[in-house]
Design a protein around this ligand. Structure first.
Ligand SMILES: Cc1cc2nc3c(=O)[nH]c(=O)nc-3n(C[C@H](O)[C@H](O)[C@H](O)COP(=O)(O)OP(=O)(O)OC[C@H]3O[C@@H](n4cnc5c(N)ncnc54)[C@H](O)[C@@H]3O)c2cc1C
Length: 302
C-alpha cells in the first residue's frame, strides 16, 4: 500500500483526522474537491479561536498546517470510486489516478436540498440560515421566520424565538396538531399558513416575503432545516451501513468513528446529526486517532 490512510474530503473533519495521523508519523493522502458545506456563508461562527472567520480562509489555514508534515500528500480532486483490495483499499480519482492505503477515512460531507422558492438559494448562508447557534446572534432582535420543511420545523421555531420575534411559515402545509400549536403559542410564535411565493431584499439580505395571496411580510432572516444528501456514493460502494437521520442518510459509526466496514472510518456531517464545524473537527480527531491505533493494535492481536 502507498499510504497508511486515505482521507476523502479535506475540510473540518478530514483535515482534523489527517493531522493526527500525520503527527503519528504515518503516510496520509488527503483527496479534496474543495467545496465545504458552509461555502455560502461569509463568516463561520462559534469555532474555537476562529469566531467570525471566512470559511475558506479557515480551511486554507488548516490545510497549510497539515501540509507541513512530511508524510502528508494532498490531492485536489474528486474521489469517484473506492473498493477493498488485498491489504487495504484503492480509491479512483476523477483524474484517472488510483491511490491505495491500508485504511480509509470518509469525510466528504453533505449537500443541502433547498426548497424551490425564488430568491431563497441565493440568500443561503446569508439571510436564509439553517442553524441559530451559527448565525442567530447576527440577526438578534430582528424579524425572524422559520420555513416549514417537516414537523421538526415546530421545534426549530420554538427554539429560534429566543433570538427574536418569530413566525412559522407553513408554506401551504397543514396546521400542526394542537399540542404543537400550544407550544408555539407559549413561545409567542405566530403562524402564517399561506404558501411563500418569493423572498425579496438586497444583495444577500432580506426585507420581505411575498405570500401566495399577494400579501407581503417583513422579515430579516429565514431559518429552515433542509433535507440533505451524502456528497458521494463511496460509503454505499464500500458496503457501509447507513441510517436514516433527521435530515437524510447518515453513515453508521461506533464511538471510535469506525463504520460497519473494518478499516473504514467516517467523520463529520456524513456521520452525525446535528451538525457544525466543531463537531465535525472533533469527529475527525476521533477517527484519526482510532485509525492510527488500529494500525498498531490490530497486527498485535492477530
Ligand atoms: C450555510 C451554512 C453555514 C454554516 N455555518 C456554520 C457556522 O457558522 N459554524 C459552524 O460551526 N458550522 C456551520 N455550518 C455547518 C458546517 O458547514 C458543517 O458542519 C461542516 O462544514 C462539516 O464539515 P465536514 O468536514 O464534515 O464537511 P464539509 O465541510 O462539507 O467538507 C467536505 C469536503 O469533502 C469534499 N468532497 C466531497 N465529495 C468528495 C469526493 N468525492 N472526493 C473528494 N472530496 C470530496 C468537499 O468538496 C469538501 O471540501 C454551516 C453550514 C451551512 C450549510
Amino acid at each position: 500500500m502507498e499510504h497508511d490512510a486515505i482521507v476523502i474530503g479535506g475540510s473540518y473533519a478530514g483535515l482534523s483526522a489527517a493531522i493526527h495521523i500525520a503527527r503519528a508519523r504515518r503516510f496520509v493522502c488527503i483527496i479534496d474537491a474543495g467545496s465545504p458545506r458552509n461555502r455560502f456563508a461569509h463568516a463561520s461562527h462559534g469555532f474555537f479561536g476562529q469566531d467570525g472567520a471566512d470559511p475558506y480562509a479557515m480551511i486554507a489555514e488548516a490545510r497549510e498546517e497539515v501540509a507541513r508534515y512530511p508524510t502528508v500528500r494532498i490531492i485536489a480532486s474528486n474521489a469517484t470510486d473506492a473498493r477493498a483490495v488485498a491489504g487495504g483499499f484503492e480509491v479512483l480519482l476523477s483524474t484517472g489516478e488510483v491511490v491505495t492505503a491500508a485504511k480509509l477515512v470518509l469525510a466528504f460531507g453533505i449537500s443541502d436540498l433547498l426548497p424551490d422558492v425564488p430568491g431563497l438559494a441565493e440568500r443561503w448562508g446569508r439571510s436564509v440560515l439553517h442553524c441559530p447557534y451559527c448565525h442567530g446572534f447576527e440577526h438578534s432582535g430582528g424579524k425572524l421566520g422559520v420555513l416549514w420543511i417537516t414537523p421538526m420545523s415546530v421545534h426549530q421555531a420554538v427554539l429560534i424565538a429566543d433570538w427574536g420575534p418569530t413566525t412559522l411559515y407553513l408554506n401551504g402545509n397543514a396546521l400542526p396538531e394542537e399540542a404543537a400549536r400550544a407550544l408555539l403559542d407559549r413561545r409567542g410564535v405566530a403562524i402564517e399558513p399561506a404558501p411563500v411565493r418569493a423572498l425579496h431584499g438586497g444583495d444577500g439580505s432580506m426585507s420581505s416575503l411575498l405570500l401566495d395571496d399577494g400579501r407581503t411580510a417583513a422579515i430579516d432572516a429565514l431559518f429552515l432545516a433542509p433535507r440533505s444528501r451524502l456528497n458521494s456514493p463511496i460509503a454505499d460502494q464500500l458496503g457501509c451501513a447507513l441510517d436514516d437521520g433527521p435530515f437524510g442518510k447518515i453513515v453508521r459509526t461506533d464511538a471510535a468513528k469506525l463504520t460497519t466496514v473494518p478499516g473504514v472510518y467516517a467523520a463529520g456531517d456524513i456521520a452525525r446529526a446535528p451538525h457544525n464545524a466543531s463537531w465535525a473537527a472533533a469527529d475527525g480527531v476521533t477517527a484519526g486517532i482510532s485509525l492510527h491505533q488500529s494500525l498498531i493494535f490490530e497486527p498485535l492481536a492477530a
